[in-house]
Structures are given as C-alpha cells and as structure tokens.
Design a protein around this ligand. Sequence first.
Ligand code: SF4
Length: 148
Amino acid sequence: MPKVAGKWCQHCAIGSGCKTYDTRPQQCRAFDCVWVQDHEMAEAWKPEHSKIVFSVYPTTGFIYGQVDPGAPSAWQKQPLLNGLIAWSAKLLEERRHLLIFVGSNATLIMPTGPVPIGPMSPADGFIIRETFTAKGKDYIATRVASGR
Ligand code: SF4
C-alpha cells in the first residue's frame, strides 16, 4: 500500500476509520499497535484519545510513536508527556528507547525530558551524548543515516 509516513492514508475517513476496512490490505490486517498488544496500557493511550500510534521497531525493540498530523502537539500535553517520560525510563532499563515522530521530525524521549533529533526516518539510527548543564544532566541526540 503506497502510504507515506505521517500522512493520512487515502482510505482513511478521518474521525470515523477505514473506508475499505473489509478489504484492507494484509499489512493493515497484520498490524497491531502497542496499545492493542499491551492489555495493561490505560485507555488514555488508545490512539483515538492520545493521537499517537505506538509501534515496536522490529530490529531494535524501540518504541516509535507516530503523532496524528492533525494534532501535532498532542504528545506535549500533560499528563501524556509525563507518561512518555516515565515510560522512557522503564524502557531504558531494557536498553530500549522511545521516539516520537511528528511527520518525519523525531524527538527522543529521555527520563530528563524530550530531546529533539530533527528529520529522520525510522530506519535511521541515532547517537546519544550525555551533557552536564547548569540545570543538571541532559542529552543531545544526533541522527545517523541508515546504511552507514
Ligand atoms: S487500515 Fe490500511 S487501508 Fe485502511 S485507512 Fe488504515 S492504512 Fe489505510
């Protein structure tokens, strides 16, 4: 299915669902977002409420959240942002990361807060560096293009 990340699918009826649900492609049938898979996730994380669809990146196990382009700042609202920060701390214990994408613009969520990366593709990597500022420990994240 030719669908560009961060853009609405041509079959999506915004606010009501898939216009071709009964005949949707296999990729769509096979896809379960993290909210569907994780029965302990609160209702507030359901994509229709949070405006974020979370998926597990297969090769790393990192969690990637794609924000509804119609609500690009949804992830920055409380209590969602604090929930993302707490989630990132739990994932770090497993050496996993949480990234939020608004279109192709990525932000790494760390226990200290959001760390902007900028434009990247989910296939790209990134480097995290620890910094020490007057406010305490912080991080800088830099994209590493895929294929390097
Ligand atoms: S389920 Fe698939 S075909 Fe239907 S709107 Fe979503 S991406 Fe498009």
